[in-house]
Design a protein around this ligand. Structure first.
Ligand code: SAH
Length: 252
């Protein structure tokens, strides 16, 4: 008998940001797998088992959930934000590709969620309203030289850039190096948005410029949006500024 595995995006913060589909899948699951803090965000339900694991063991966690589903279980795997953006859906696909044949028969559903860059953008206007891209600054699973190549290419091509995983205790210097690299391509006046814990009670959004952007303003719960030369800022009396990308680009 083969069961079901739903890989669910919980959105950036509180339950009100979750989709109805995510809530329905959570309610139907007999077991919830995931990184501890994400599993904690799911309300306890009688009869539902929670299996929390450490951040670094994504493939093991994916394998355990797939094995459970392959035995006939109805299983959920939770991620913050969207499960397909620097998160568990890729680990589950990798595990299926490498794992035993019966894992390919599991009924797999990837349930999207509001990813951090969309929540941060919505909190300050429309900075992703035209062409943009997203990069993870983590060099755990890719060489730093590739991050630098991509930063230069994206900024040179005029993309607004969303930076996930900007800094951590194990990766203290990378964000400063990324800003330095971007300063070689972009003017100092380009807006930089630091969105921390967006959608949670301790949400904080700070708007700076590339020239003054301080890596110490970010932590692991921060998503950074680096604007382009086309990004606009509108000052408003008694309200935070609006940051947006005009609908046209390149002089059109
Ligand atoms: N799957 C997640 C991203 C996981 S990578 C998503 O789609 O959002 C983890 C990174 O996401 C963090 O280092 C941070 O850059 C960003 N992030 C996650 N939740 C956030 C939030 N509520 N506010 C700001 N950034 C967040």
């Amino acid at each position: 008998m083969t069961g079901r595995l739903a890989v669910i995006g919980l959105g950036p913060g509180e339950a009100r940001h979750r989709t109805a589909e995510a809530e329905a899948e959570l309610a139907a699951a007999e077991a919830i797998y995931g990184y501890g803090p994400y599993v904690d965000r799911v309300a306890d339900r009688p009869g539902q088992m929670k299996i929390a694991s450490d951040n670094r063991v994504e493939l093991d966690r994916a394998g355990a959930a797939l094995a459970h589903a392959a035995r006939g279980g109805r299983v959920a795997m939770v991620s913050g934000g969207d499960p397909g953006v620097f998160a568990m859906a890729s680990a589950v696909c990798e595990a299926i590709e490498r794992g035993p044949a019966e894992w390919r028969s599991v009924d797999l559903a990837v349930v999207p969620g509001v990813t951090a860059m969309l929540a941060v953008a919505a909190a300050c206007g429309a900075p992703l309203g035209h062409d943009f891209c997203a990069l993870s600054l983590s060099d755990n699973l890719k060489p730093w030289s590739l991050v630098e190549t991509r930063l230069t290419a994206a900024a040179s091509a005029g993309f607004v850039i969303a930076l996930y995983n900007p800094i951590s205790r194990a990766r203290p210097w990378q964000l400063g190096a990324a800003f330095d690299r971007l300063r070689t391509v972009l003017p100092a006046s380009v807006p930089v948005i630091f969105g921390r814990a967006v959608g949670r009670p301790d949400e904080r959004v700070v708007i700076a410029t590339l020239g003054e952007a301080d890596p110490q303003s970010a932590d692991m719960a921060t998503l950074i949006i680096v604007g382009s030369t086309e990004t606009r800022i509108i000052a408003r009396p008694d309200l935070p500024p609006l940051v947006y990308a005009p609908r046209s680009a390149g002089g059109a």
